[in-house]
Each structure stands twice: as structure tokens, then as C-alpha cells.
Design a protein around this ligand. Structure first.
Ligand code: P6P
Length: 322
């Protein structure tokens, strides 16, 4: 089986990006170790502080963020980083050419109940002379990403990655700390009978989304003419991994709880990297009105409405919003 570094040396024709991904995995292996220790290391529970999102941070949110930030800061190719857990970007190496944006521990509300969480990352090229301590340097559309991926901390620790030439998955062997190639050129089935959405928000959605999900729930008697199953893990990384594995549609759509926020999920380090993976795997990633990766960002923590997965099903959801 092919080790991650051997794969990258052959597949990724950019040594700096290879170094970043290889280095990032050092932090993610440590996060795996911390998660497996859990209560034994006294690191479950709340950190008794809020992040810029106004969300209560878990201890492991802070630990994971610091592990990744410190690791990336020591990689010469990294000019700067932006994190869900950092109010502002952090400049790293003045001579670096790349910016790394990440959600260090997505789905962390699941940690205390021992359910799957993940790290999501996105890599952008820094414009020459840009200031990596300023948000402006990072405000590039998702189509500008040079690489994207996630590490899934589940029964196995998996890396799912694209550098723009297809989607590949790797399994961490805990016996020697190496990631080994598992699946090549992953493709999402165009059609599905499985949807993922938090139904408790139904009353806040746009009428178009209420109509679409209502038709999903009508099953074979409804206009969509087939029975659908529903899943909701409250961990985007786990939902998207299921979709990359067997198809499906994942939605966290616009809702009217806070008109200033077009959705819950963050564009730069959740929506865009997952959209690159989904589209590289033949799926579709939309706000329900436009491609997520076409959205021109205005802030590193801005939120976006998310409808992504099996291409034909996402196209159907978009038709309800036309
Ligand atoms: P809710 C986790 O907090 C997250 O950002 C995504 O990983 C997940 O899909 C969503 O929020 C869950 O949100 O409102 O169902 O708890």
C-alpha cells in the first residue's frame, strides 16, 4: 500500500503544497491521540471561553487549534493561517507562498458524547506582497483553492484530499503512524435516496426549501417519486464522508433566525473546502442559488447556505429555488 508522502511526491506537482499537507498530518495524528485519550487526559468538556463565532469552545477545540497553528507556523511554505478559532489571521513565514484556512475540530459538540469529529482545511496561494496578518489576503473565491481536505476522526482516522486532480482517501495505521492510500478518484453517484438536514430548523427555512424537503418526505407518493432515507450526525465531516462514500445530499440552508447570517456554516474553512472535494468527485455544491465556490468572500468568518452532494439531487433542490 502506498504511503501518503510517496503518493504526494508522484501526484502533487507542487512541493510546497506537499510539505504543507505532510506537515498538517503531524498535527492531525496528535489530535487523533488526544481524542483517544479523552477523559483520561482531562481534556473533555468546555474551555469556559467563546470563539469569534460566539460559540462556547471545547477544550479540544483550543488544543487542536494550537496544535495545527504551531505545526503550520514551522512550515516555510506557510505565509499565514486563518482558523475558525482565531478572531484574526496569523502571519507565519514572510517568504511563504501559501495560506492555510482550517476548522480545527468540526462537530466538536459531539466530542463529549464520543461521536465522530474532523479537521477541515483549505489551501490558497498568497498574492505577492500580500499581508498574511490581514483578512484581505484570504478573501479569495473557492475556485482559487489549490488544495482542500479533511481528516475524519472516527473508528478509523482517515484523510480525504484533493489537489485539483481528483479525490483520494488515506487510512492512518496507528501501529506506525503512517497514512496509506485507500481509495483513488472517488466519485459521488449522481442520484441518491438519502438526505441530511436538521429538521428542527424547518420553520426558519425559506419556503422554497420547506417545499423541497416536504416533497422529499412524501417519498414515492410525492412528486419526486422515490422513497428517501434521512441522516443527521451534526458533524459536517462525517456527513460529507458518507456522501463521498455512497452519495446523498447535505443541507444547512439559509434560515431567518439571523438575516445577517445566510446560514450556520462558514464559507472559507467549511463550505469552500468541502465544495472543492464534492465537485472534484463529480458532485455539486450550491448555496441553492449559486455555486458556493463562486461566492466572493467579504470576511474570513462569513457564513454561507450549503446544499451539496449528488449532482442530480442538488440540481433538483436548485430547481425549487429558481
Ligand atoms: P446543528 C458542527 O457544529 C457544524 O458546524 C457542522 O459540522 C454540522 O453539520 C452542523 O454544525 C450541525 O449543526 O445545528 O445541527 O447542531
Amino acid at each position: 500500500m502506498q504511503r501518503l508522502r510517496t503518493f504526494l511526491d508522484h501526484h502533487c506537482d507542487n512541493e510546497a503544497v506537499t510539505d504543507i499537507i505532510d506537515g498538517l498530518m503531524v498535527a492531525c495524528k496528535d489530535i487523533t491521540h488526544q481524542l483517544h485519550l479523552g477523559s483520561l487526559a482531562g481534556i473533555l468538556g468546555s474551555a469556559e471561553q467563546e470563539n469569534v463565532q460566539g460559540e462556547c469552545q471545547k477544550k479540544l477545540d483550543v488544543i487542536s487549534n494550537d496544535l495545527i497553528k504551531d505545526t503550520l507556523a514551522n512550515i516555510d511554505a506557510v505565509k499565514g493561517i486563518a482558523s475558525e478559532e482565531e478572531d484574526e489571521p496569523v502571519a507565519c513565514n514572510a517568504n511563504g507562498d501559501y495560506l492555510v484556512l482550517f476548522d480545527p475540530l468540526d462537530g466538536s459538540s459531539n466530542i463529549d458524547v464520543n461521536v465522530t469529529v474532523g479537521t477541515i482545511f483549505s489551501i490558497l496561494k498568497a498574492a505577492p506582497g500580500s499581508d498574511a496578518a490581514s483578512q484581505q489576503a484570504y478573501l479569495q473565491a473557492g475556485t482559487e483553492q489549490v488544495a482542500a481536505g479533511y481528516v475524519l476522526y472516527g473508528p478509523s482516522t482517515l484523510l480525504v484530499l484533493t489537489v485539483g486532480k481528483g479525490v483520494f482517501s488515506f487510512t492512518l495505521d496507528p501501529r506506525d503512524g503512517e497514512f496509506f492510500l485507500q481509495r483513488e478518484n472517488i466519485q459521488i453517484p449522481a442520484q441518491t435516496q438519502e438526505f441530511a438536514i436538521n429538521m428542527s430548523n424547518q420553520r426558519f427555512w425559506l419556503p422554497q426549501m420547506q417545499n423541497y424537503v416536504g416533497d422529499l418526505l412524501q417519498g414515492e407518493e410525492g412528486p419526486l417519486g422515490k422513497r428517501y432515507n434521512m441522516r443527521w450526525i451534526a458533524s459536517m465531516v462525517a456527513e460529507i464522508h458518507r456522501i463521498l462514500t455512497r452519495g446523498g445530499i447535505f443541507m444547512y440552508p439559509y434560515d431567518n433566525r439571523d438575516p445577517s447570517k445566510p446560514g450556520k456554516l462558514r464559507l472559507m474553512y467549511e463550505g469552500n473546502p468541502m465544495s472543492m472535494l464534492v465537485e472534484q468527485a463529480g458532485g455539486k455544491a450550491s448555496t441553492a442559488f449559486e455555486n458556493i465556490m463562486s461566492v466572493q468572500p467579504e470576511g474570513i468568518h462569513q457564513r454561507v447556505s450549503v446544499v451539496m452532494g449528488s449532482a442530480d439531487e442538488v440540481a433538483t433542490a436548485e430547481k425549487y429555488h429558481a
